[in-house]
Design a protein around this ligand. Sequence first.
Ligand SMILES: [Zn+2]
Length: 553
Amino acid sequence: MATYDVAITVPEGWTAVTQGSPQPDSTQWVVASRSEALTVVANRFVVKTRSWRAASGQAIQLATYLFPEEAALSDEYLDASARYLDAYIPILGPYPFSQFAVVENFFPSGLGMPSFTLLGSGVIKRHYIQPYALGHEIVHSWIGNGVFNRVSEGNWVEGLTTYLANYYYHELTGDQAQAREQRRHMLLGYSVYIRSGDDYPVERFSQKHDEKDNAIGYQKSAMVFHLLRQELGDATFWRGIRQLSDRYLGKVAGWKELERLFEEVAGLDLRWFFAQWIERAGAPELAITGLQLYPLHGTAGDPRTIEAVVQVQQAGDAYQAPVDLEFELAGGRRHVVRVRVREGQDRWVVPLSERPLAVRLDPDIHLFRRVARSDMPPMLNLYVTDGVRTVVPPSMPSTEHTSPFTELVQRIMTQEQAKPSISPTTIFPSERREGQLPNGSVLMLGGPLDNVVAMDALRGCGERIRVTESGFTVQGKTYDGPGMALLVSCRRDDQPDSVVTMLYGTSPQALGRVARLLFFYGWQSYVVFQDGAVVARGDWEDKMSPEVRFDQP
Ligand SMILES: [Zn+2]
């Protein structure tokens, strides 16, 4: 690792940007913080700078280096940079550099460099200021570019950065609903892409090459920090995070250093924790397997009149972790107790003031665990990850109306040829218009009018979806007109691990853009588009938190 003095000469009209601080004439840069490498970027930038002082008092120069076409977005990026720096300085300590710059790249990139982030034009145009985007790159200023990862021992940097930026920013700004949604998404990401037994431990993750690496090295790893926080309590956990940047700024750290540091800060032996979550592949799978209610004959005046005995079983080797049990009481009231799973089978006795209607395990999704496919909300990604997939093209001969579908089918086939590892998709022969759909998940192109098989396949949607001549109805709300399109997934009622997904549009224009970007909309049960833009989205019920309802007396 080294520090640098850099002199840069560029042609007239060009500007260069690199790490560290620019000197007044912008051709000299002083890179005082030690770093693993030096990156210099030059282009015909429009440069905008802002001398800014963080709430902590630290002076930081904010800058954007954008192409003329995007220069108008400068203030949006400067404002967002200031917002994230003010959010993370109290958590991670002083910002390790004197400048933070957003630099536009003609290659599609999203890279966090010491003191700047290098972003492709495509993402700059799309207002890339969200916590998972600009927020993530700013956290890398400390985690990854301030404290370096020991690359020979896996990669904890992406998990912690994902936890602090993509997830924790929502908690920090008080958006509890969005924070829960992020936790839910991390469990879904892992459970959709990682089949049981087709897994590797977090410590073996080094770099993201595919969705599986993302699920382990980003999502599971981020949840491991959430579990560590619950294990240690907020005060100790955040003291540890702060110590990490204080002690290791300009140095390398691996999982072992993190383990030692948190043990020291907490005064606890955490070997079991890191062995369980970092060195072992997989995730807990929990089910409520027993439930009884007993009347309590306590002392007079004691409000506890009933005792619930709850039994939870883990599949496979047992994990140790805290988990919430939520009792639903009359009038929608809730009573939550935190218990701890330890053995393959655990049993708790919980006194209650009244007879509960139901009990749920981990209702707010704080535990990292595997969710069965049949318990997830139906969504396109269940089709994508099904071992048996069938595309059903419209039964009508190819017309202007069906051409977005023809292109989509061609694209799916081309992509599969490039990835021979995945099982091939079957195309349902268009002359066979009757009889049974094949097993597994089905992607149906066109509505019931284009496609006679559609009617039957949509049975799993029940009353939630209705297709009309000029539009459709989703849960009672009608969408009409030539620009409307619907992507909807429902469970196959005879095969709960598989889904039927329908892509329907009221005109070819409504479908063009949607069909091209189809696989970006994989996480929801339904998405409604108007002229290619999302106007509504949502999920059918999921069963991600195991629940048992009590029989009424
Ligand atoms: Zn990252």
